[in-house]
Design a protein around this ligand. Structure first.
Ligand code: MG
Length: 386
């Protein structure tokens, strides 16, 4: 018989939660109080609301690195978010964290991204400079708090504090002061839940590895280039030792899955050791402690080296640059056209555009998928389109 005594708990999936995990029975609550569900925990409900949101479906047609129409096999924001959720949930289960919460955070973390990835974000941020700027992370929170229109009683999805806290990964002090409770930790320099911390690093593991994969698939990165990079070459050599005649595509897959596993195990073990060292007995103790989720000191240089490699060789590749320059131009020209004539906005967006149209225009553009933005640009600038 079990010797530990647990509080009565109606949701079987939350049994076995560590004391430092987020507990849906003790959430800090929603902005608009709601009657609890009899069949789902509060964090399950959040996850479900995110999956059913309009912004989530749009992720399918938003760029990660490659523009959506460049190829059918490249990651999009949607498949990226699913990979983040998979990695984050594995780690959560192993550490006794709340899987529903970490899944909700992972699936929502990129909801505020503009079309065309970072090129779109940079262009929109520049265009919005005089109006408070544009930051995709803050926009993700804005999407779930304000922009989703699914309820009669309120704007947004009315998610729990813990989910919103996890979505808001970073934030300037200026913005933090305007955000109320969810911005408070940036002012007090505290950490978010472990679920939020782990989801953030799972994001990093996912994009570093899938960008290598997509980079190789696109031909912009070459296998031999990656062999100069230690974390990759060690695993590639191991795969070749076991399977000397492996065709290159399979060799790449074997290598990348080993890299992901190495990073996940390193993150899990290091985080577990940090937790044991600090021994937080409650989620609030996690918030007051230094960041507990981390890679080991031995792994950090590899992760940084990988990031630098991808920046130099993939994100700044001239072919990627050409596409991102065009994409940035589209975003800028859309913004300028709507600022000059806000009545060109579709009526529901125009209705939000007074007295100052900039934020409503940024919301409209940020919500666009890649192909919608391209089409909208044509509709505004090509006399033959309507
Ligand atoms: Mg991401």
């Amino acid at each position: 018989m079990a010797t530990t005594v647990q509080a009565p708990h109606p949701f079987p999936t939350d049994r076995g939660l560590a004391p430092y995990a987020a507990d849906p029975l003790h959430t800090r609550g929603r902005r608009y109080p709601e009657i609890p569900s009899t069949t789902r925990s509060e964090f399950q409900r959040d996850r479900d609301r995110i999956v059913h949101s309009t912004a989530f479906r749009r992720l399918e047609y938003k760029t990660q690195v490659f523009i959506n129409h460049e190829g059918d096999l490249f990651r999009t924001r949607l498949t990226h978010s699913l990979e983040v959720a998979q990695i984050a949930r594995s780690i959560a289960r192993s550490l006794g964290l709340n899987e529903d919460l970490i899944e909700a955070i992972s699936l929502a973390h990129d909801l505020g991204h503009t079309p065309f990835g970072h090129a779109g974000q940079d262009a929109l941020n520049l265009a919005m400079k005089a109006y408070g700027g544009f930051e995709h992370n803050l926009q993700s929170l804005r999407v779930v708090d304000e922009l989703e229109e699914r309820y009669g009683a309120h704007d947004g999805l009315n998610l729990c504090f813990e989910t919103r806290e996890g979505i808001l990964k970073h934030c300037s002090l200026h913005h933090a002061r305007q955000l109320g409770e969810v911005g408070q930790r940036f002012i007090e320099r505290q950490q978010p839940s472990l679920e939020a911390q782990v989801a953030n690093l799972a994001d990093e593991i996912a994009y570093n590895n899938h960008d290598i994969d997509d980079g190789l698939r696109s031909g912009l990165l070459e296998f031999d280039q990656l062999m100069e990079f230690e974390l990759f070459s060690a695993h590639a050599r191991e795969a070749l030792r076991l399977y000397p005649d492996l065709p290159q595509r399979r060799l790449i897959n074997e290598t990348i899955r080993r890299m992901i596993n190495t990073l996940v195990v390193d993150l899990t073990d290091t985080t577990r050791a940090n937790i044991q060292h600090i021994a937080p007995d409650h989620i609030d103790a996690v918030r007051l402690a230094p960041a507990l989720a981390s890679f080991s000191e031995g792994m950090l240089p590899h992760a940084q080296q990988l990031k630098r490699f991808l920046t130099t060789n993939l994100y700044r590749h001239y072919k990627v640059q050409r596409m991102t320059t065009k994409a940035g131009r589209i975003v800028r020209e859309l913004f300028d056209a709507f600022m000059e004539s806000p009545h060109l906005l579709p009526p529901d967006h125009y209705a939000r555009a007074t007295p100052q149209p900039a934020r409503a225009i940024a919301d409209y553009i940020a919500g666009m998928t890649d192909r919608y933005a391209i089409r909208e640009h044509r509709r505004l600038f090509d006399i033959n389109e309507s």
